[in-house]
Design a protein around this ligand. Structure first.
Ligand SMILES: NC(=O)c1ccc[n+]([C@@H]2O[C@H](COP(=O)([O-])OP(=O)(O)OC[C@H]3O[C@@H](n4cnc5c(N)ncnc54)[C@H](OP(=O)(O)O)[C@@H]3O)[C@@H](O)[C@H]2O)c1
Length: 314
């Protein structure tokens, strides 16, 4: 591939939203690297998607220590793309990673201890070939570690200059309230909450997390906004062999019941009657909810990403 020069009109393609009551603007559509960027995936395809995303004004890339497979390899892919293409644009990118789920064997390789979080971020920075991340998340709530220990580790990570901001993902309501107060009192207010929100899963709205974030001036970013592909045309006519459901690990065939398929077909027809694709409609629905900053989509091709970006236009 030739030397990469970013699209000059990239910032005309995208709209940016303020993340809660902070100084940070995030693109309405952000890109997640949970799938399609691992060591098992074709590197050149991953690289093409990343370059294309940036060319369309997607400044925010979301990772975690264990994205791959194998664990850590999505961060390695980003590190390679940084060196080959994106390094000159480092200050135009907002890169996040996380720790919380299983990463390495033994008692210090998951959950919420200071030991794990600190070691994990050090590893992530090496894999991504970065001096710092823009945001570091606690990836899940740990019921067996004092919240103060997890949260103080986040504060200290910021003080060490290894992350500029911190975020919370998948924490229940009351612990999230505690975290917001704890972090704010130490002058490291959380930038954003990352939770699963889509037309099929409205838990953050029902549980009050979205309202809490809105009231407290914390941003909210919706992960799996297309329900891993269910809220697109991907499964309307069977299960394609190259789809996430065909791989069957995180999206299993049993999940696509007749009832669910009927619901998706009905929504698809409704979307079409409004002149939209189902994916566009599903993303639009999330972005209309009060308090939502951005949708964090996945994509296995440039074509999928482009279809999802239609939500930004108009
Ligand atoms: N904090 C957490 O605990 C957590 C958990 C999960 C995810 N996340 C974050 O959220 C990001 C997105 O999650 P996700 O990948 O589940 O998001 P998603 O956008 O709901 O699903 C992405 C998948 O849907 C299919 N797809 C996307 N656009 C399509 C289109 N226009 N037409 C047809 N199919 C389309 C593709 O699957 P195919 O492979 O079938 O093509 C794609 O890989 C992750 O990368 C990660 O950064 C965070």
């Amino acid at each position: 591939m030739n030397e990469y020069v970013a699209n000059e009109s990239r910032y005309e393609q995208m709209e940016y939203r303020r993340c809660g009551r902070t100084g940070v603007l995030l693109p309405k559509v952000s890109l997640g690297m949970w799938h399609n960027f691992g060591g098992v995936d074709d590197y050149e395809r991953s690289r093409t998607i990343l370059r294309h995303a940036f060319d369309q004004g997607i400044t925010h890339l979301d990772l975690a220590n264990n994205y791959g497979p194998p664990h850590g390899s999505a961060e390695e892919t980003l590190g390679r793309v940084m060196d080959e293409d994106l390094r000159p644009y480092r200050d135009e990118l907002f890169i996040s990673t996380k720790a919380g789920y299983d990463m390495w064997p033994g008692p210090y390789g998951e959950w919420g201890s200071r030991k794990y979080l600190m070691a994990s971020l050090n590893q992530s920075l090496k894999r991504m070939r970065l001096d710092y991340v823009d945001m570091f998340y606690t990836h899940r709530f740990d019921p067996n570690t004092p919240m103060e220990e997890t949260l103080q580790a986040l504060v200290d990570i910021v003080r060490q200059g290894k992350a500029l901001y911190v975020g919370i993902s998948n924490w229940p309501l009351e612990p999230t309230r505690f975290a917001i107060n704890y972090l704010r009192e130490r002058d490291v207010p959380p930038l954003i909450y990352q939770g699963k929100l889509n037309m099929l899963n409205r838990a953050p709205m029902e549980e009050g997390i979205l309202d809490l974030c809105h009231q407290e001036g914390v941003g909210f970013i919706a992960f799996s906004p297309l329900a891993q592909g269910l809220l697109t045309d991907r499964y309307l006519n069977g299960i394609p062999t190259d789809s996430r459901m065909a791989r069957g690990k995180f999206l299993r065939k049993e999940m696509l019941t007749d009832e669910l398929l009927a619901q998706i077909q009905q929504w698809n027809a409704e979307a079409e009657s409004k002149g939209m694709t189902l994916a566009e409609w599903a993303l639009r629905w999330i972005l209309e909810q009060q308090g939502v900053t951005s949708v964090l989509v996945g994509a296995s091709s440039v074509e999928q990403l482009d279809k999802n970006l239609r939500v930004v236009k108009g």
